[in-house]
Ligand binder design. Structure first.
Ligand SMILES: Cc1cc2nc3c(=O)[nH]c(=O)nc-3n(C[C@H](O)[C@H](O)[C@H](O)COP(=O)(O)OP(=O)(O)OC[C@H]3O[C@@H](n4cnc5c(N)ncnc54)[C@H](O)[C@@H]3O)c2cc1C
Length: 305
């Protein structure tokens, strides 16, 4: 029996385990090959358990949220991929809420608007889980998670010990954190606490609806992972990509969106390799013409060979 088979047996005691699950089914791009072991967890403690067991067995570990900010290689991801459905919610104190990181961030934001809690109207259209939102300090329309995040519960994958960490220690910046900079590598985010203020539900829902309209008019539909690049200080990334003639460029079923040239889209059966080629072309042309190095917002993950 292989190490992976033995691990699969142990994990099956508290999680759902599948082999060779295609990740194109679990990413908003609709791109990506198989995960060796696909493990679905339903609670923060099960998430901690899987992270620890996989690490102790020497297997590589990837925590997947909604797959809305990643490009997974065509060869997939080796080792264990965790499908995080830890969505438990509770109220800690007046205006202080605790949520499992597998919860839909946009769904939660909309629900809190409906219940008359202010602070998340800008988030109602951001796909992904709360875990992904912490990693990237998700934000839009002048708001970001750092504005409302109080603390997170982390587990050290190696020791299995968990602790609460104050948001001020997470280095939250524009689309980044200690997690994106690798400073807390080997830690999994289990839960988060948000601090929201009382507000008027009708007014909050109206504000959220305004953001919905703005998003619908600016962004393409279909399969994509949102903005491919961070906006450099000099100019928005879409303007630079436009200026180098890549709006609408296509390779196989992968394309630079006609509607918004910082969005790369899958028109059907796009391969990760084709998306990566277009991304590389944008980086090369923008650097050659403007001397600006575009920084990727979308993470390339898995087995790129
Ligand atoms: C149409 C569209 C519009 C978008 N608009 C915006 C926008 O306006 N603003 C914005 O900020 N983003 C936007 N995004 C990007 C994306 O929605 C966010 O980055 C989101 O927060 C990613 O969450 P996720 O759960 O999908 O993360 P995933 O893509 O699943 O994972 C991203 C990374 O986070 C890690 N991760 C996830 N959960 C955990 C955890 N619990 N513990 C440790 N690591 C974890 C993963 O391992 C991976 O490295 C958009 C994306 C799309 C498709």
């Amino acid at each position: 029996m292989s190490t992976l088979d033995q691990l699969a047996e142990r994990l099956a005691a508290f999680a759902t385990v599948k082999r060779d699950e295609l990740l194109s089914r679990h990413t908003t791009f609709g791109v990506g090959g198989p995960a060796d072991l696909w493990v679905t967890v339903e609670s923060p403690d099960a998430l901690a358990g899987v992270a620890h067991e996989a690490t102790a067995a020497g297997e590589s570990l990837f925590i997947l949220g909604s797959g809305s900010n990643i490009l997974v290689a065509d060869a997939g991801i080796r080792g264990v991929v965790v499908d995080n459905r830890a969505r438990q919610e509770s109220t800690v104190d007046e205006g202080i809420f605790r949520i499992g990181t597998g919860a839909s961030f946009a769904g939660y934001a909309r629900k809190m608007c409906r219940q008359g809690w202010a602070g998340l109207t800008w988030a109602v259209g951001i796909p992904g889980t709360l875990g992904g939102a912490v990693v990237y300090n998700a934000g839009a329309y002048g708001g970001c998670l750092a504005d409302v995040l109080r603390s997170v519960r982390l587990v050290d994958n190696t020791t299995g010990h968990d602790r609460w960490v104050d948001a001020s220690e997470l280095g939250l910046v524009y689309r980044g954190s200690v997690f994106t900079r690798g400073a807390l590598a080997g830690q999994t985010i289990l839960e988060a606490e948000l601090a929201l203020a009382p507000g008027d539900a009708a007014a909050l829902l109206e504000e959220a609806a305004g953001y919905d309209t703005r998003r619908l008019s600016a962004q393409p539909r279909g399969r994509n992972a949102g903005s491919m690049f961070k906006n450099p200080p000099e100019q928005p990334a879409w303007k630079l990509i436009d200026a180098v003639g890549l709006r609408g460029a296509r390779r196989g079923d992968a394309a630079v969106s006609e509607k918004h040239s910082n969005f790369f889209v899958n028109h059907g059966q796009a391969r990760a390799e084709d998306v990566a080629w277009l991304v590389g072309e944008a980086e090369r042309r923008v650097f050659d013409q403007f001397g600006i190095r575009l920084e990727r917002e979308v993470s390339f993950v898995g087995d790129w060979g």
